[in-house]
Structures are given as C-alpha cells and as structure tokens.
Design a protein around this ligand. Structure first.
Ligand SMILES: NC(=O)C1=CN([C@@H]2O[C@H](COP(=O)(O)OP(=O)(O)OC[C@H]3O[C@@H](n4cnc5c(N)ncnc54)[C@H](O)[C@@H]3O)[C@@H](O)[C@H]2O)C=CC1
Ligand SMILES: O=C(O)CCC(=O)C(=O)O
Length: 531
C-alpha cells in the first residue's frame, strides 16, 4: 500500500506534485493545522506529516499519531514540534535549514526601510486622500549603525545587504569568531555596546532560554535614544510591553515586527502605536522561498518513506538501517558529549577535535561527528539539525578535525571531544557500557564514571575534606534527590570535579545556596535529552 502523507499547512503546490510523482498518496488540507480536534481525529491515518508553523505537533497530538513515521517542517524553526515526544515514538523530525534564509533577510531589510520612512502610515494616509507631506519625516540609512543580534545564516545575509546600503554593521553573537566576523565584514561587539551604538537593531537568533527577552525593559533602557527595533526572528525575544512603553515615551523611534509573543497575534501592546510596522509572520513568504522549502520537504519525506534515507533530521543522523542498530547508543553518546561541551562554553569556538578510539573508530564516523557537532551547536540554536550542523560550523570558520586510534586501554572504545575557544581548551570523553548506556568517563582530563541523566549538576572545587557533604547537604535540605554522584580529582589536594545526576531540575535559588557556601568554583546545572 502506498504511504500516505498529510499536508496540514499552506504549502506550495509543488510539494503535492512531488508526492504524487513519487507514488505517495497525499492529502492537502492547508487549514487543518489550525483545527486541533479534527487534526487529532485523523492524524492516525498518515505515515508522514508536512507542516509550516501553524500546525502545533504536541505530545497530545502524537498520542493519536499511531502510524506516523516522519514530520517535515518546510522552514527552519521547529519550535512548533515537540521533538523529545516525537523521538520517544521513533518519529523522525526534519526541517529545511537554508531554503528561506535570503527571503527572511530581505524581509528584515524591507521592514527596516519601512520603519525608517514610515511607509505603511504614509501609504494609508495617501490612500485616505490626505497629502501629509510634513507629517512623515524619515531618517537616512547611509552611515547609520545597524546592530545585528545573531549573525548566523539569516543575520549574516542581513549584514551583507546592510553594508550594501552603506550602513556600519556591529554584531553581537557569542558564537561568532573574530575570523568569521572579519569574513562577513562586521565589527563584533558585546550586547551592551551594540545597544549603546546602534541606530537600528535587528534580531536573528532562535528563541532559547538565553535569548528569551534579550531585549528586556533593562536592555531597551540601554539603547540609544531614537533607536528603531526590527524583529523578524521569533516572538518572545523582545519584551513587547516594555518596547511599547519606550515608544510611547519617545525613547524608541519605531519598531518593525514580523513575529509576536503569541501567534496568531490578534492583540499586542505594539498594535496601533505610531511608527510600528507589523506583518503576520511573513518573513519566509515569497514564492521563491516557499517553492524551495516545499520541494525540499516533499523530497525528504518521500525519500524517508520510500527508501529509509534520512536527510536534515533533527533527531537522527543520516545512517543506514543496519548501522542504526549498532550505532544507536554511540550516536546518543556523541550528542551528549557535544551537548556537555556546548553547555560549558560561553565564548566563540574556533576548533573541535573528535577522537574516536577502539570500536568507535570503526563506525560511520560522519554520523558520530554530526551528532557531536549538532550537540555543541544546539546551545546556540536548538533548531540545528544533524546535517546542517557541520555545514554551519564550517561556515563559521570552526576548524573540525578527527583522530582515529585503536589504543589498548580500559575501554573497548571511547569518544573524546576537545573544543578550543579563543582563550582555552575543554574536553570531555565518554563510552557506551555493555548495558547500552552512555557514560562520561573523563572531564577536563580527570577520570570519572558518570551515568547521564536528564538533569545534572557539574561542580568544581579544591580537593579538601567536607566538600561532598556540603553539596549533598544543601541539595538534600532543598528536596533535590541525587540519583548518581561521581567524583574525580586531578591529584590529592588539587582540582576536583563532581558530576551529579539528580531526579529533578534544581532551581537557581538552590544552586545559589550551593554557591554561597564558598566551597565551589563552578556550579553549573546541565540538561540532556535522554529520550
Ligand atoms: N520570520 C520568519 O518567517 C522566519 C524566521 N526565522 C527565524 O530566524 C532565526 C534565525 O535563523 P537562522 O539565521 O537560520 O539561524 P542560525 O542558527 O543560522 O543563526 C542563529 C544565530 O544566533 C546566534 N545566537 C544563539 N544564541 C545567541 C545569543 N544568546 N545571543 C546572540 N546570538 C545568539 C547563533 O550563534 C547563530 O549564529 C530563527 O529563530 C528562525 O526560526 C527563520 C526563517 C523565517
Ligand atoms: O513557514 C513560515 O511561514 C515561517 C517560517 C519560519 O518562521 C521558519 O522557517 O523558522
């Protein structure tokens, strides 16, 4: 029987044609994504689901998706898909990471021009038969400073176009190396400097814990008077209420928003304010981009359903079915090692070395490499997939090297990841035990044996008596149960580390109590996707 695919959002007809040409039964119901109940009723009939952003693939919806094998997002952001829930059900989630980047960058530039010259309001006034020439005084872009927050795929295209408009471009992106900044011709600055210098600020970061409210009331207060703010990335990056207040006070001269905290946005503090340009998440809406992403997603879904080939997946690297059986736990381990390093690193990475030892060195290294790199890069964008991660890392000028060896040692095989930043080097190694469970076995050259859990705490301290008791005591008093506690030290009395697997995510308040004991260097909460 031919596989069946449901398209539940507005997608170019090109996708329907591809599915038909490939012998796949396709049901094109572009409005269904907005009808949760109806979607839940029929989702069980399909092997594949092709979506944009209107369809919300929740854990609840997936409970009904009894035949679903693949979800394809025609676009970049997969924040509308519960990926851990999909992974748990063995459903592959794919995106199309580059197909709409140029179009979205162009939308940001269009929004910047619209807000600089008040084009929407001037147009509405002219349509109304008024001729308010003196009401609409604009500002020139030439010579102005554009502050770009997030200089990835889209942000770097925006930088390029803005330089063509003779603007000065400064960028804040903790993952941008000096080399890459030089290559794209921007000045790399810290956020506060960007806020103080920019005449226009445009955001091109994913929505993560670190970027949520990156333009908070406090940050907006640090901006230059008369600044104009453009958001074509994700709602939630800017505190809309704080921005509305700053526009009303006259500190911010205008804003152009394509994305909102709640979408579809039927109400927002920004609506109906003077010189605020709004569009309904149109960043990717050009015929060219929609054709690109529709064709790509239809080919990817068809390939997977017909041949098992995996492309641009967020939750599985490209491996054959045979390899997947043996490599499954090693792929998980690789992701955890990358994730560990990503969570430890807050500065630009210039090099990554991945050492494969013993059995690991004889596997499909491309898949393991991708999983490590994606684990690292997801710190900076959770939408990074296993295929795009190495490409993006290379584009950012990160030098990736691998080492293979077959040394005799304690383990049948292990993987060690060493990351070099502009100021230091960090490493973590892990292996897979015979129970199929990945373990961390070395951190910063110190041997450990740490089971990997969803929530962990990493600490550093001096190897002196009483430290472990203090840590256990504070956590215990605050209801944090320790499932596994691993210690290691460089030498007696020297640097020591502890890595704890805890049953619940500790609050910052509890971690602050640990820090307040004064016995620890670092106290870092960590999170791993163990599904
Ligand atoms: N409006 C629309 O229709 C569209 C919106 N988007 C959104 O645009 C955003 C950017 O997409 P891409 O450029 O493809 O992603 P990308 O992953 O290529 O770039 C994101 C950049 O943000 C940087 N970053 C991460 N955390 C940061 C932080 N705390 N501070 C500053 N920089 C940080 C990363 O290092 C990276 O360089 C995403 O949220 C995406 O979903 C994408 C397409 C269409
Ligand atoms: O599909 C769309 O219109 C939205 C695109 C988008 O936001 C993305 O690709 O992240």
């Amino acid at each position: 029987m031919a596989p069946k695919v449901l398209i539940s959002d507005e997608l170019s007809d090109a996708a329907v044609q591809i599915f038909r040409d490939r012998g796949i039964e396709v049901d094109f119901q572009p409005k269904l994504g907005k009808d949760k109940e109806k979607l839940a009723e029929i989702i069980g009939n399909y092997d594949g689901l092709a979506i944009r952003s209107a369809t919300k693939v929740t854990e609840k919806l997936l409970e009904n998706a009894t035949n679903l094998k693949v979800i394809g997002r025609a676009g970049i952001g997969v924040d509308n898909v519960d990926i851990p829930a999909a992974s748990q059900k063995g459903i592959i989630v794919m995106n199309t990471p580059f197909g709409n980047s140029i179009t979205t960058a162009e939308h940001a530039i269009a929004m910047m021009m619209a807000v600089a010259r008040q084009i929407p309001e001037a147009s509405a006034s002219t349509h109304a038969g008024k001729w308010e020439k003196s009401r609409f005084m604009g500002v020139e872009l030439t010579g102005k400073t554009l502050g770009v927050i997030g200089a990835g795929n889209i942000g770097s295209i925006v930088c390029d176009r803005a330089k063509g408009l003779k603007m000065k471009v400064v960028a804040y992106d903790p993952f941008l190396s000096e080399d890459r900044a030089l290559q794209i011709g921007v000045e790399k600055v810290e956020l506060d400097e960007l806020l103080a210098r920019a005449d226009f600020i445009t955001l091109h970061v994913p929505l993560t814990d670190a970027t949520r409210n990156i333009l908070s009331a406090e940050a907006i207060a640090k901006t230059k008077a008369g600044v104009r703010i453009i958001n074509c990335a994700r709602g939630g990056l800017v505190d809309e209420a704080a921005l509305a207040a700053a526009i009303k006070s006259g500190h911010v001269a205008g804003a152009a928003f394509d994305v909102f905290e709640v979408e579809p946005a039927t109400d927002s503090p920004l609506f109906n304010l003077p010189n605020v340009v709004c569009t309904p998440h149109l960043g990717a809406s050009t015929s060219e981009a929609q054709e690109n992403v529709a064709l790509q997603v239809a080919e990817q879904i068809s390939d997977y359903l017909l041949t098992g080939a995996v492309t641009n997946a967020l939750n599985m690297p490209s491996v054959t079915a045979e390899e997947a059986k043996v490599m499954g736990p090693w792929i998980k381990l690789s992701g955890h090692l990358g994730n560990f390093i990503g969570q430890m690193t807050d500065e630009p990475i210039v090099g990554i070395n991945i050492l494969f030892d013993g059995v690991a060195s004889k596997m499909n290294l491309k898949a393991l490499n991708s999983a490590v790199i994606a684990g690292i890069m997801r710190k900076f964008n959770p939408d990074t997939n296993l295929v795009s991660a190495p490409v993006i890392a290379k584009e950012r000028g990160i030098k990736i090297s691998t080492t293979q060896q077959d040394a005799t040692g304690t383990y049948e095989g292990y993987i060690k990841v060493t990351v070099t930043t502009e100021t230091r080097e960090r490493s973590v190694a892990g292996t897979v035990f015979s129970d199929g469970k990945p373990r961390f076995i070395q951190i910063k050259g110190i041997n450990v044996d740490a089971e990997i859990g969803a929530d962990m705490i990493y600490t550093t301290n001096k190897d002196v008596p009483g430290v472990i008791g203090t840590l256990g005591g504070v956590l215990g008093e605050n209801g944090v149960n320790i499932a596994n506690f691993t210690l290691g030290r460089a030498a007696e009395g020297g640097e020591a580390i502890a890595i704890l697997y805890v049953d619940s995510r500790p609050s910052e308040e509890v971690l602050d109590k640990v820090r307040a004991t004064g016995k620890f260097g670092q106290v870092k909460p960590m999170h791993f996707d163990v599904n």
